[in-house]
Design a protein around this ligand. Structure first.
Ligand SMILES: C=C(O[C@@H]1C=C(C(=O)O)C=C[C@H]1O)C(=O)O
Length: 369
């Protein structure tokens, strides 16, 4: 997959007040008092760089609070005047874009439920043509990297070069401690495809509860994300939306104080040398692992030919089961995570099956006359 985005560095459009960059504010603007009081306390921490608030809320079922609507833009403007903080809102239609821009909103974001729908994203992109405003694109609800990339491309094709992605977790059927599974590998894939794209983490939507937010925030920073978007409410216990995952401004301030900021690239020559030495060892081992995998696959091929010639099925469940049991417990004894060993073996097995399928189905060579 290729991703060529024409984007500006984050420092061109967002100057963090404090490290790390934190965008914060209530999930929803509920009343003018609630928004202004929250904004005031957040600004007083000196650690918040942008004020967020949802005013148009995509809700799962009708009849739930769907956001205060356009009136919230006036409150946000007042909060901006009062605190000096730039403001950001979620937009989900072309009309939202027009209204937000007319109200002087500094940064727009596209929500996860919009990113899943290319028609919606295109409508937003069309409304952005000829406008110079920063846009942040949340990942789609479902774990589909192409949809996320597609949304970034649509916004970028509209001429928006001040672009960032927001990692907010993905919905999953599996029961988990998280509201939305982080699935970090997808964000890492996006960063690998487009290293210059700033990525911000939204720990509030990943966690769904306050308790896990510090852990996920630290992890996001250690995965080289450029900032955090955290929901904060003056009194989360009475919040109209996302009550369980919002933090008071003072808890957020405390959380920020406890974060460890690590450098992406080492500068100390001693550290550089030590890392280089350890990485050399890893390089050697990786070469051996690949070599051994290739050897294993050539035996798999031989078994495939033998099975073909003797009318035996490719999948051998008993043998496979034995391998999984034995290797997983061997790995465990060597302090490897069982889940990791199992996943790795499953990948290897899938490749064995693929190769043997090719062998089984290869056209038999035409016999010489
Ligand atoms: C290699 C074989 O074929 C398949 C692949 C296996 C493997 O990769 O180890 C194990 C069992 C089979 O499902 C085999 O039958 O031994």
């Amino acid at each position: 997959m290729k991703l060529n985005l024409n984007i500006e560095p984050l420092s061109n459009w967002l100057k963090p007040q404090h490290q790390p960059l934190v965008i914060a504010g209530p999930c929803s603007a509920e009343t003018e008092e609630q928004l202004l009081a929250t904004a005031d306390l957040l600004a007083k921490t000196g650690k918040i760089s942008v004020l967020r608030a949802g005013i148009w809320k995509p809700r799962t079922r009708p009849g739930e609070f769907e956001g205060i609507g356009s009136i919230g833009l006036k409150w946000l403007q007042r909060a901006k005047e009062q605190t000096g903080l730039p403001i950001t809102v979620e937009v989900a239609t072309g009309k939202h874009v027009e209204e937000a821009l007319a109200a002087g909103v500094d940064i727009l974001w596209v929500g996860a439920r919009s990113t899943v729908n290319p028609f919606t994203v295109q409508e937003i992109a069309d409304a952005l043509k000829g406008v110079d405003v920063p846009v942040m694109v949340k990942n789609p609800v479902n774990p589909d990297l192409s949809l996320w990339i597609g949304a970034l491309e649509r916004i970028n094709n509209a001429g928006i070069t001040k672009l960032a992605a927001i990692s907010r977790g993905f919905s999953s059927y599996e029961k988990s401690a998280f509201r939305n599974e982080p699935m970090w590998e997808l964000t890492i894939q996006l960063k690998t495809l487009c290293p210059q794209l700033p990525v911000i983490c939204d720990p509030s939507h990943i966690c769904g509860n306050r308790e896990l937010i510090p852990y996920i925030s630290q992890k996001a920073l250690d995965l080289e994300m450029q900032g955090l978007m955290v929901e904060s409410h003056i009194d989360p216990s009475v919040a109209w939306t996302d009550a369980k995952q919002q933090l008071t401004p003072s808890s957020l301030s405390e959380l920020i104080d406890h974060l460890t900021i690590r450098q992406p690239d080492p500068v100390n020559p001693k550290v550089i040398d030590k890392l280089a030495e350890l990485r050399k060892q890893i390089d050697k081992i990786d070469d051996l692992v690949i070599q051994k995998l290739a050897e294993r696959m050539s035996i798999v091929d031989k078994i495939g030919e033998y099975k073909r010639d003797n009318g035996i099925t490719i999948l051998q469940l008993n043998r496979w089961d034995e391998i999984i049991q034995k290797r997983a417990s061997f790995g465990k004894a060597l302090k490897l995570d069982e889940d990791f060993t199992t996943k790795m073996l499953e990948l290897i097995h899938a490749e064995s099956i693929r190769r043997q399928t090719e062998i089984m189905n290869a056209k038999a060579p035409v016999a010489e006359k």
